[in-house]
Structures are given as structure tokens and as C-alpha cells.
Design a protein around this ligand. Structure first.
Ligand SMILES: [Zn+2]
Length: 131
């Protein structure tokens, strides 16, 4: 019998049956962190991967399911938004690709002056320039 360090529930086995925390094995090793990282991103049943798959294959079903209350299986919307924005800017930094500027280049239309931009275009131009 162990006492969970997170919720103080007494349990047997490798995980707390109340909160799901792993049995405290003492020191944290680099291999543990590495395994947790790869498991998090490669486990197909993880909330992140289930959310990505749902958004790509059937976003309406995912949203309805989430609204009806099945939430533990999926990534939380605000966290997912923050992660997606961070991923976008990371990829933009790595590749140097700016979809806003490239969109104007591809369409052949000149980038409008700030006075003639819609509010959305002004926000996009501001974010592209300053973030
Ligand atoms: Zn616990």
C-alpha cells in the first residue's frame, strides 16, 4: 500500500486509482522525461492526438462530443489554441514562411496601405511585423 503524493489516497499498484498519478519512484531521471515526452506526442490515444485526428477528420463530431461532456479524452480548447499558436510561430521562425505576406505575393495584389486595410488585415500586418 502506498500513499499518493498528489491526493493522499492509499492505493496499490503503479498508479493512484483516484487521481491517476504514477507511483512515486523517487528521483526524476532524464530517460523518464524523454519517455514521457515521446509517449505524449506519439501515443495515438493521447488527448492531443485524439483532438488532432478529430479536428482533421470530423471536426463537427469532435465538437458535439466535447460539448455533450466527453472532455477527458480530448485536449482542452484554450490549451490547444495556445499550443497551435506556439506551433505556428515556431514553424514560421524555423522556415521563415509568412503566410500573410506570401498570400499577397501569390495573389499578385499589392499589399494595401494601412489606411485602406480592414481591421483584420491591420491586425495580421501588425502581428506579422511585431511577433
Ligand atoms: Zn492520487
Amino acid at each position: 500500500m502506498e500513499n499518493c503524493k498528489n491526493c493522499q489516497t492509499t492505493f496499490e499498484g503503479h498508479y493512484c486509482n483516484h487521481c491517476g498519478q504514477r507511483k512515486n519512484e523517487g528521483r526524476i531521471y532524464f530517460d523518464d522525461v524523454k519517455n514521457d515526452f515521446f509517449t505524449y506526442f506519439t501515443d495515438l490515444s493521447s488527448p492531443l492526438n485524439k483532438t488532432l485526428k478529430g479536428l482533421l477528420t470530423n471536426p463537427g463530431k469532435l465538437i458535439k462530443t466535447y460539448i455533450k461532456g466527453k472532455r477527458k479524452s480530448y485536449y482542452q480548447p484554450v490549451q490547444f489554441f495556445v499550443l497551435a499558436v506556439a506551433f505556428y510561430y515556431f514553424m514560421r521562425f524555423i522556415t521563415g514562411y509568412d503566410p500573410v505576406a506570401t498570400g499577397y505575393l501569390i495573389s499578385g495584389t499589392p499589399m494595401p496601405s494601412p489606411e485602406n486595410m480592414t481591421l483584420q488585415e491591420q491586425a495580421s500586418a501588425f502581428m506579422s511585423k511585431h511577433v
